[in-house]
Unconditional design. Structure first.
Length: 193
């Protein structure tokens, strides 16, 4: 099975994440998209970051109606800090019959050469890149790498930061979140302070 790994803090997950993930599931050769919830990095103090399991619950709520999208807590069990190359090695050991690919935005592709053991990632995994409005593909060498696939996906300019700020400022951002996610956030009073 060919799995696309979509990493994120998903703080919170929003319709932009779902649009990209579903587009990859429906318009590429990836059979499933695993929404990998990245744990809180203890070196970074973030008051707005919800607990790992709360964010995982929100991803569960958001993906419930999408059979090809699967929430994943795989990084919760791994040593911190999480490096993608280590997570990929762990997944290959745990699921030897699966083929894992990465899903990332153009902005991440530009900095991929700074990632730990990025050459090993490229050697062993394909990377599916979705467009960003504000991004320039400066790293032409990587853009043309045979393992990198630039996907003509819808450009979505919604950020979790924007959503959190607007909830705090009592703005109605309900259309930007899946209904179940909005209801849970509103009921739990998340991001209001």
């Amino acid at each position: 099975m060919k799995i696309g790994l979509y990493f994120g803090t998903f703080n919170p997950i929003h319709i932009g994440h779902l649009i990209i993930a579903n587009h990859m599931a429906e318009h590429s050769d990836l059979e499933q998209i695993w929404m990998v919830v990245t744990p809180h990095n203890p070196l970074k103090k973030k008051d707005t970051l919800l607990d790992d399991y709360q964010r995982l619950h929100l991803v569960n709520l958001a993906t419930d109606d999408y059979p090809k999208l699967k929430p994943s807590d795989i990084e919760f069990k791994l040593p911190q800090p999480n490096y993608t190359v280590n997570t990929l090695a762990h997944l290959r050991d745990k699921f030897p019959t699966y083929e894992f690919s990465l899903i990332m935005g153009e902005d991440n592709l530009n900095s991929l050469h700074k990632w730990k053991n990025y050459d090993m990632i490229l050697q062993n995994h394909e990377i599916y890149v979705y467009p960003r409005v504000s991004s320039d593909l400066e790293n032409i060498e990587l853009k043309n790498h045979p393992k990198i696939h630039i996907i003509n996906a819808p450009i979505v300019e919604i950020s979790s930061t924007f959503i959190r700020e607007n909830i705090k400022n009592k703005k109605n951002i309900q259309p930007l979140l899946p209904a179940k996610v909005w209801e849970y956030i509103d009921h739990s009073n998340f991001y209001k302070k």
